[in-house]
Design a protein around this ligand. Structure first.
Ligand code: APR
Ligand code: PHB
Length: 395
């Protein structure tokens, strides 16, 4: 059996990118269907990063998604960088730029988006299998998928690939032979732990310890998120909670570790670090957005913010198409989005290079890292540039 229906914009993937695009288009009266291969529970439970640029915060407020974020999010006016045994260097975001970031977990953003979509009545198909996209270089693209053993065909004016790094949309674009994939992988990963304990510091700490990077972050005044640089061959099973806390305390050093509260982990996972950009982001009536088009290592906290920036540009272009009939802005999406993406890529690569221990690093490499840090510590101009990039002020 096969069913067939149509919508204006077919969105593949119900991560933050897909749900956000669906929400913004819905506000403009444009019909969307979101097709997602996982269950709603799986999507809602994913744990990712948690720092929102103020432009991201403003956008979520503008589109009516800011209520819980304003009540529960934590505005942060700065963060600290530590290089080995040197005193922490506080980057005074507010003092340097007048702006702050908001610490509010991506898990919470996703839940707010899921709830808004449900309340709007707009359709989301969860647990779709065999998702495939067709004829996207014609004016009549479509998406096919199976649900409970029944085949479905969804016809649309546009298909938007919001299906993340492992999705089908970029793979389909690749088959045209016109997609370039530009990538750098890093020889280490991040071991993350989430626990219901008060954070060791009220602001984030990013540190380059002689034995590897660590990050002290949080989700709330009673929930902490910590990361340790680990080897790519390492396995989560090798890391009992006790081992994690002991290693974090060792890297923090006795003074800072004296303020560390430990407790049972709610989640532990290892993520590889990658820089990746697909060019271009448009193939006829297929557009790639969010992780489907680019990946940044998490060191700069840019992943979700970049996805939101893509969706701002793409939603405006789609709304212009439906209200004025012009495709010019759609045709400009790829170039405009990529200009910002590359600036965020550069920043994320730079933060990663400054803060990690690299295998095979020579004493020269290490001293250069220390000099980079010391130059930053003594330069108001460089700190301002860092603060602007962290805040996503790229224009
Ligand atoms: N068909 C349908 N859905 C798919 C398919 C497929 N073949 N493949 C993947 N998906 C879904 C995934 O299950 C996921 O829910 O697409 C969604 C992609 O979501 P994300 O990976 O979260 O990507 P995106 O929405 O672009 O989010 C960007 O979230 O992942 C973080 O680091 C990322 O912070 C960034 C932000
Ligand atoms: C997080 O809280 O998970 C987090 C914060 C900042 C980062 C990366 C991750 O740069």
């Amino acid at each position: 059996m096969q069913t067939s229906r149509s919508t204006q914009v077919a969105i593949v993937g119900a991560g933050p990118s897909g749900l956000l695009l669906g929400h913004v288009l819905g506000l403009a009266g444009i019909d969307t269907v979101v097709i997602e291969r996982q269950s709603a529970d799986h999507v809602a439970a994913r744990i990712r990063a948690g720092v929102l640029e103020d432009a991201t915060v403003s956008f979520l407020n503008e589109i009516g998604l800011g209520t819980r974020m304003q009540a529960e999010g934590l505005p942060h006016d700065g963060f600290s960088l530590i290089y080995e045994d040197t005193p922490p260097l506080r980057i005074d975001l507010k003092g340097l730029t007048g702006r702050s970031v908001m610490v509010y977990g991506q898990t919470e953003v996703t839940r707010d988006l899921m709830q808004a979509r449900k309340a709007s009545g707009a359709p989301t198909v969860y647990e779709a299998s065999s998702v495939a996209i067709h004829d996207f270089e014609s004016a009549t693209p479509s998406v096919s998928y199976s649900l409970d053993g029944v085949s479905h065909q969804l016809h649309a004016d546009f298909v938007i690939g919001c299906d993340g790094y492992h999705g089908v949309c970029r793979a389909a674009a690749k088959a045209t032979g016109r997609l370039h994939e530009i990538e750098r992988t890093y020889p280490f990963g991040w071991l993350g732990l989430l626990a219901d304990v008060p954070p060791v510091s009220h602001e984030l700490i990013y540190a380059n310890h002689a034995d590897g990077f660590y990050l002290c972050s949080m989700r709330s005044p009673t929930r902490s998120r910590y990361y340790l640089q680990c080897s790519l061959e390492d396995r989560v099973e090798n890391w009992s909670d006790d081992r994690f806390w002991a290693e974090l305390a060792r890297r923090l050093g006795p003074d800072r570790a004296s303020a560390l509260s430990t407790g049972p982990s709610l989640e532990k996972s290892i993520a590889p670090l990658r820089s990746f950009v697909a060019e271009p982001l448009q193939f006829g009536r297929l557009f790639l957005a969010g992780d489907a088009g680019h990946i940044v290592p998490p060191t700069g906290a840019k992943g979700l913010n970049l996805a939101v920036a893509d969706i701002r540009v793409l939603s405006e272009a789609l709304i212009t198409f439906y209200t004025k009939g012009s495709e010019d802005r759609l045709n400009g999406y790829s170039e405009l989005a990529l200009a910002r993406i590359w600036k965020a890529e550069r920043f994320s690569w730079w933060m990663t290079s400054l803060l990690h221990k690299f295998d095979g690093q020579t004493l020269f490499d290490r001293r250069i890292q220390a000099a980079e840090f010391n130059t930053l510590a003594s330069s108001h101009a460089l700190q301002t540039a860092l603060a602007e990039a962290y805040l996503g002020i790229f224009d």
